[in-house]
Design a protein around this ligand. Structure first.
Ligand code: NAD
Length: 356
């Protein structure tokens, strides 16, 4: 198969982790007889430096013309002083919107070889951690009106959160479809005791559930959910929630599995084209030092193979290679435990390629 992948290396550790991941994709192409063509699409701080804007039209066009998008991470202190509309993260929000990526899926799964990195008590983690967070991605407060104005001699600010039924319905269906391939339980998270958007969320998700009588639906308030994820993570199978709550809960969920450097995510809309990235940021504190863990990005590429290119065997080969490297004890700094064999980003990439 021939596939074109738009490549956004981004800022900080982005170029390092993406470079190793492309090497892994090349190994997959060689082994399985595919051709992957990479189209560079600068975005983030590096694009502000080169083009004056975080998402140049040429990069957006490259993403829209490709079969999928692989992203490292964007942002860093160098661009913190940019006006709100021109910050690196704006490029990401604009790209998600332009590609119609309304769903973000993040697995929270504990790797058995990394159970010592789990910050929860062993008796809590013993129940197993294996759930996914399905987050609405292009609605809610992040996409509402943002205003700051002066009133009575001081500044006042407002961010508007709104949702319509179709925005909730389509992401709910993604969650229910996913639950059918898993343990058939959806937990919908909202703040329906306070917010109108949450009451609409709850009503709409409940209506969608009628199309899925074989899937159990539970509702939970977001404050309780934040607590339950660390108290009893084994109760969750598929979590579905709105943009802001999902942003926070998915970070919490990934942290309890060990390292932020290990977790991939996919963003999808209609059709098969998606955007795949690790969940972490650009880690400016370790950029350029060969210290970054590339596994989150490598596993994001595996998700791309599975969900966008329908290459299940190829995805499984990548995941098995990562498991194999971990079993042999190789560890980047972020997942290092006593007795681990230390490696940097480049060597971790080489080991994964070797296993493929
Ligand atoms: P971060 O995720 O970049 O880093 C948090 C901590 O985790 C740091 O100590 C970092 O060294 C470590 N870390 C992250 N990824 C790692 C990896 N692969 N291997 C080893 N260690 C890793 O979060 P932050 O420091 O809050 O943000 C830094 C910048 O990234 C900010 O400008 C932020 O806006 C941006 N950001 C971008 C994205 C994205 O591009 N999707 C997401 C989150 C944050």
């Amino acid at each position: 198969m021939n596939k074109t992948i738009a490549v956004i290396r981004g800022d900080g550790i982005g170029p390092e982790i993406v470079g190793e991941t492309l090497g892994v994709l090349d190994a997959v192409a060689a082994k399985f007889g595919h051709t992957f063509t990479y189209r560079e699409a600068p975005m983030g701080g590096c694009a502000i430096d080169a083009f004056g804007v975080p998402l140049p039209d040429s990069s957006l066009a490259a993403c829209l013309a490709s079969d999928s998008v692989l992203l490292g991470a964007v942002g860093g202190p160098k661009w913190d002083g940019q006006p709100a509309g021109n910050r690196p993260e704006r490029g990401l929000l604009k790209l998600r919107e332009a590609m119609g990526l309304y769903t973000n899926v993040r697995p929270a799964r504990m790797f058995s070889d990394l159970s010592a990195a789990c910050p929860l008590r062993p008796d809590i983690a013993a129940g197993g951690i294996d759930f996914v967070v399905v987050r609405e991605l292009i609605g809610g407060m992040y996409f509402g009106r943002h205003t700051t104005w002066e009133e009575n001699g001081e500044l006042r600010a407002e961010d508007v959160c709104s949702y319509s039924e179709h925005e909730i319905r389509r992401v709910a269906r993604v969650a229910f479809d996913m639950a059918r391939k898993r343990r058939r339980r959806v937990t919908s998270i909202d703040k329906a005791n306070v917010l109108d958007t949450s009451r609409l969320w709850r009503r709409t998700v409940t209506a969608v559930a009628e199309e899925y009588p074989d899937v159990e639906l539970l509702h939970m308030y977001v404050d309780n959910a934040a607590m339950q994820i660390v108290r009893d993570p084994g109760q969750f199978d598929v979590i579905v929630t709105e943009n802001l709550f999902g942003d926070i809960l998915s970070d919490e969920a990934s942290q309890i599995t060990g390292s932020i450097g290990m977790i991939p995510s996919s963003s999808m809309g209609e059709g098969t084209r998606g955007m795949y990235e690790p969940i972490h940021g650009s880690a400016p504190d370790i950029a350029g030092q060969d210290k970054a863990n590339p596994i989150g990005t490598v596993l994001a590429a595996a998700m791309m193979l599975r969900y966008s290119f329908d290459m299940a065997a190829e995805a499984a080969a990548v995941e098995a290679a990562v498991d194999g490297v971990l079993k042999e004890g190789w560890r980047c700094g972020d997942i290092m435990q006593g007795g681990g064999r230390p490696v940097g980003c480049r060597e971790m990439g080489r080991l994964i390629r070797e296993h493929i």
